[in-house]
Design a protein around this ligand. Structure first.
Ligand code: SAH
Ligand code: DHB
Ligand code: MG
Length: 225
C-alpha cells in the first residue's frame, strides 16, 4: 500500500493509536463532550497526548502549567501523568470552554489535582508570578499563537533549571518558514521560535509532525541553570 499525503498520515496515526495508545475512557469522554458542546476539534491527537504524558513521566514532572485548556483533553493526559500527588494548572480565556473542561475534570475524577484559571492566560500567569507560585516542572504552551512569545517569558518566570517547555503548533503546514507571512499565528510561532533559539537560559529544538492533525510540529526546550 502506498497511501501518501494527508490520507496516509491519518491512516498511520490510526494504526499507531491502535497498536500503542489506549485512551482512558475519560479521555474519549472529554473529547466527545467538547465536540457535543461545539468546541473546535483542535486538541492534541492521542499519540501527541501520550507523548506529553511520557515526557512528564520521563522527567518526573509533578507540577504542570498549561496555556490553553479547550475541553481539557491534553490537561487530562497531564493529570494522569503527574499522579495523585501532582498538580496541573491550566489557563483558559473562554468561559464556555472552561465550563466544559471543568465538567470533564470532575467526570475523570481529577478535579482535585487540576486548577483551571479562567481569563487571559497572560494575566493569569502574571498573577501566579506575583503570588510567588513555586516553579513548574513542565510547561505546555498551546493557547492563542500571537501570545506565544509572551507566554514563553512568563513560563520562564515560573521555571527552574530543568523545567521542560513544549510549544504546540509551530509549523502550521509549513507556513512558519515564510518570513514575510502576515498571518498573526505564523508570526507568533516565528517569534517564539526565535526567542527559544536566542534565549540564554534555553536549549531548544523543534520537530515537524504529520498525522491526524495534518502537518504541524512542536518546539521542545530545557531551562538551563
Ligand atoms: N491544549 C488543548 C487545546 C487548546 S486549544 C488540548 O490539546 O486539548 C487553544 C485554547 O486556547 C482554546 O480553548 C482557546 O479558547 C484558548 N485561548 C485563546 N486565547 C487565549 C488567551 N488569551 N488566554 C487563554 N486561553 C486562550
Ligand atoms: C489551532 C490551535 C491549536 O492549538 C491546534 O493544536 C491546532 C490548531 C488553531 O488555532 O487553528
Ligand atoms: Mg495545539
Amino acid at each position: 500500500m502506498t497511501t501518501t499525503g494527508e490520507q496516509g498520515w491519518a491512516a498511520v496515526d490510526d494504526y499507531l493509536v491502535a497498536e500503542l495508545v489506549t485512551e482512558a475512557p475519560a479521555l474519549v469522554a472529554a473529547r466527545d463532550a467538547g465536540r457535543a458542546a461545539g468546541l473546535p476539534a483542535i486538541e492534541v491527537s492521542p499519540t501527541q497526548g501520550r507523548f506529553l504524558a511520557l515526557l512528564c513521566r520521563m522527567t518526573g514532572a509533578r507540577r504542570v502549567l498549561e496555556f490553553g485548556t479547550l475541553a481539557g483533553y491534553s490537561t487530562l493526559w497531564f493529570a494522569d501523568a503527574v499522579g495523585p500527588d501532582g498538580h496541573v494548572t491550566t489557563l483558559e480565556l473562554d468561559p464556555h470552554h472552561a465550563e466544559v473542561a471543568r465538567g470533564n475534570f470532575a467526570r475523570a475524577g481529577v478535579a482535585d489535582r487540576v486548577r483551571l484559571l479562567e481569563g487571559p492566560a497572560a494575566e493569569s500567569a502574571a498573577r501566579l508570578v506575583a503570588d510567588a507560585e513555586p516553579p513548574f516542572d513542565l510547561v505546555f504552551i498551546d493557547a492563542d499563537k500571537p501570545g506565544n512569545a509572551r507566554y514563553l517569558e512568563l513560563a520562564l518566570e515560573l521555571s527552574r533549571p530543568g523545567t521542560v517547555v513544549v510549544v504546540d503548533n509551530v509549523v502550521r503546514r509549513g507556513a512558519v518558514a515564510d518570513a514575510g507571512s502576515d498571518d498573526p499565528a505564523v508570526r507568533g510561532s516565528r517569534a517564539v521560535l526565535h526567542a527559544l533559539g536566542t534565549h540564554p537560559r534555553l536549549d531548544a529544538t523543534a520537530l515537524q509532525t504529520v498525522g491526524a492533525k495534518g502537518w504541524d510540529g512542536f518546539a521542545l526546550a530545557l531551562v538551563r541553570g
